[in-house]
Design a protein around this ligand. Structure first.
Ligand code: FMN
Ligand code: SF4
Ligand code: SF4
Length: 434
């Protein structure tokens, strides 16, 4: 079995799977069971400042998007940070860390955007012996209206300022958790780095309304006939999260800044993908809320098995391996030409590929006698739509035309060498090939 041991900012954990700050990490009872189930670390549910505890709604606080099989694809919540007293949380964190010295225990914090508020809470968090802190600059509902959470995360200057305060008043690693509710994720990430952050984590939830009740016309979850936007997470947000992670990983200004990846991680494969894009750890919330703590066992065994198959003896062997392959559109190889290929043995003759290509794509699939579907290379642009709509996995594949052969669609011989838009004759900004 490959070794999943992880060292993130000097914080060691037996595997890269951490529970994200959320209900699963809101109390000692949960975190102990999570560690017993095998989680490598936790980010404790966000603590707020001393004072009267947070008040949550007393009606439904979650909404969801389901797939046709009722599998949960996206989860929406209007929950706030922890509503348990600060003192109790701190005592519990200290006890748990003492009993599980080999696991990562990170404390998520969100207090008002004033230095005194951070200065007051940080020594108390330090006393727990926790391994580091995560600054919650991401929560998009409830707390943001009070000038915290994403209200800070949307202003790079605030991020830099608060991060600097934390680096001044706390001497263990500071992770800045970013909100995806922003146009360009590189700016908050750069601000975190400039403020001295040891790492960034992302994403927090995406502002969302999941559904509207068509009887009473209330957004859901509905509280006495009214709804409010919540934060969206779960498998549906993974592509958005991975793009943001990749943007930070390849940005010259933040390249090398450690990243903890969050957003829709449900399987070992999701985790491996985030890690290939540069994440040193992954954090999980919705999958644990949906399937329970033991889901980590599948994640760990799957990742370990894949690593064995690939010959990776440590997670460091593949972390970041996909980053050099993330590029801008203008650098993609326009001499790469492919065509769709249908495996007639696997085809169940449903006709979805035909309908999709005929009505919305390029009229490149023939329906022949006996519902035999065939690709017409002279029309196929290799868009991949048929692959995406076909219900049979790997029934349609994309095959590269070998250099030297003629593409019947364009009549041109496929060239061996790389050529991108930057040098294309149709590009008014084209420059000579290097
Ligand atoms: C019910 C709920 C409560 C959450 N509370 C917090 C929180 O207190 N602090 C925080 O930083 N993130 C919070 N999050 C966001 C998660 O930590 C995580 O960033 C997000 O859910 C994306 O991960 P996922 O797709 O694995 O769920 C919460 C998410 C959910 C669903
Ligand atoms: S790849 Fe696109 S154009 Fe080609 S057959 Fe499939 S849907 Fe049609
Ligand atoms: S969508 Fe797939 S299974 Fe259905 S007809 Fe096309 S190739 Fe066959």
């Amino acid at each position: 079995m490959a070794d999943l041991k992880t060292n993130f900012l000097g914080i060691e954990s037996p595997n890269p799977f951490w529970l994200a700050s959320a209900p699963p990490t809101d109390k000692e009872y949960n975190v102990r069971r999570a560690f017993e189930a095998g989680w490598g670390g936790v980010v404790w549910k966000t603590l707020g400042a001393e004072g009267p505890p947070i008040v949550n709604v007393n009606g439904p606080r979650y909404g969801a998007i389901h797939g046709a099989d009722r599998r949960l694809l996206g989860l929406n919540n209007i929950e706030l940070i922890t509503d348990r007293p600060l003192e109790i949380n701190l005592e519990e964190i200290a006890r748990v860390k003492a009993d599980y010295p080999d696991r990562a225990v990170i404390v998520s914090i969100m207090v008002p955007c004033e230095e005194a508020a951070w200065k007051a809470i940080l020594p108390r968090v330090a006393e727990t012996g926790a391994d580091g802190i995560e600054l919650n600059f991401g929560c998009p509902h409830g707390m943001s209206e009070r000038g915290m959470g994403s209200a800070v995360g949307q202003v790079p200057e605030y991020i830099e300022m608060v991060t600097r305060w934390c680096k001044t008043h706390y001497d263990k690693p500071v992770i800045v958790k970013l909100t995806p509710n922003i146009t360009d994720i590189r700016h908050p990430a750069r601000a975190a780095k400039n403020g001295g952050a040891d790492a960034v984590s992302l994403i927090n939830t995406i502002s969302s309304i999941t559904s509207v009740n068509l009887d009473n016309f209330s957004p859901e979850p509905s509280i006495d006939g009214k709804g409010s936007h919540g934060g969206y997470c779960g498998p549906a947000v993974k592509p958005i999260a991975m793009n943001m992670v990749a943007e930070i990983a390849r940005d010259p200004e933040t390249r090398g800044l450690p990243i903890s990846g969050i957003g829709g991680v449900t399987t070992w494969r999701d985790a491996a993908e985030f890690m290939a894009l540069g994440c040193g750890t992954v954090q999980v919330c919705t999958a644990a809320m949906t399937y329970g703590f033991r889901v980590v066992q599948e994640m760990a065994s799957g990742l370990s098995q894949w690593m064995d198959e690939k010959g990776y003896t440590s997670v460091d062997a593949f972390i970041g391996r996909a980053v050099p392959n993330v590029t801008d559109w203008q650098y993609l190889n326009l001499n790469y030409v492919a065509k769709a290929r249908i495996d007639q043995e696997a085809c169940i003759k449903c006709g979805r590929c035909y309908a999709a290509c005929e009505d919305t794509s390029h009229q490149a699939i023939w329906m022949k006698e006996g519902r035999v579907f065939e690709v017409n290379d002279a029309e196929c642009v290799a868009c991949n739509l048929c692959v995406d709509v076909c219900p049979v996995e790997a029934c349609i594949t994309m095959e590269r035309l070998q250099p030297g052969t003629t593409d019947p669609r364009t009549g041109r011989v496929v060239q061996e060498e790389y050529a991108s838009w930057t040098t294309h004759p149709n590009n008014p900004m084209a420059r000579a090939a290097e």
